[in-house]
Ligand binder design. Structure first.
Ligand code: PGA
Length: 257
């Protein structure tokens, strides 16, 4: 039997309202409540900061309680209260956040977050006992893709011990496969495995868990979830389209049986 898969829902900057956020969770709750036995996968919901508190409440009061945990999409680089616009590790911990995405390509390439900043956020997340979901991925699959991944991995995990790396979840997310980028195409499970093998080699650590992310939808999720070397998937756009998201969960339920 496969080990329980993790499905991370990275809602990014959606949905627009709390009511829509609740509708996604209610639909998920209803789906899980209707299963003959408890589904053997775990969920991590990473909503925008403004919905964290609402989502935390719903997770506590529904079938999601033992199945889903709360994640944030970012963490401030310092704990200081003097960082206008930032949300710090202590604030996240107080809200019951357990996971935090760091190094997402939309922040690296869209907002200029350097490897050094990502490394700092990763260290801070670990210090606050949060599980970092560390995004790694090349911008294109041209001849230099291996160098790009290797450099990014070395700089992102710089100075971390093997024990610290083992507490991370690494999300392999090739930038060219992220659905919001023009002409994005999902990667194949074979390619993803090749990249993950490289990441493992560069880290020299065997323990971290690996997810695939990049245009995961109800059409291809089963293929990635079936790969035993992958611990799950991180779903962006499709995680706020509730019918699609429930289909991905249905695939995960079948695979876990
Ligand atoms: P996508 O995004 O599923 O919309 O491609 C994944 C991500 O950016 O985490």
């Amino acid at each position: 039997m496969q080990k329980a898969k993790i499905i991370v829902a990275n809602w990014k900057s959606a949905p627009a309202t709390s009511a829509e956020a609740q509708a996604i969770l209610n639909a998920t709750d209803e789906y899980l409540g209707g299963l003959a036995e408890r589904a053997k996968f775990s969920l991590v919901f990473c909503p925008p900061f403004i919905f964290l508190e609402d989502v935390a409440k719903i997770l506590r009061l529904s079938h999601l309680e033992h199945q889903a945990e709360l994640g944030a999409q970012d963490i401030a680089l310092e704990d200081s209260p003097a960082q206008t616009g930032e949300i710090t590790g202590p604030m996240l911990a107080k809200l019951g956040v357990r996971y935090v995405i760091v190094g997402h390509s939309e922040r690296r390439w869209g907002l200029g977050e350097s490897d050094k900043i990502v490394n700092g956020k990763l260290r801070l997340a670990l210090r606050h006992e949060l599980v970092p979901i560390v995004c790694i991925g090349e911008r294109d699959r041209g001849i230099a893709w291996e160098d790009e991944i290797a450099d990014q991995v070395r700089a992102t995990f710089d100075g971390l011990s093997e024990g610290e790396i083992s507490r991370c979840i690494i999300a392999y997310e090739p930038v060219w496969a992220i659905s919001t980028n023009n002409g994005a195409q999902p990667d194949t499970p074979e390619n993803a495995l090749e990249s993950i093998k490289l990441i493992r080699e560069v880290l020299g650590a065997d323990a971290a868990r690996f997810l695939y992310g990049g245009s995961v939808t109800e059409l291809n999720a089963a293929g990635f979830l079936a790969v035993s070397e992958l611990d799950g998937v991180i779903v962006g756009g499709a995680s706020v389209r509730k019918e699609e998201f429930l289909k991905i969960l249905a695939d995960a339920s079948h695979i876990a049986q």
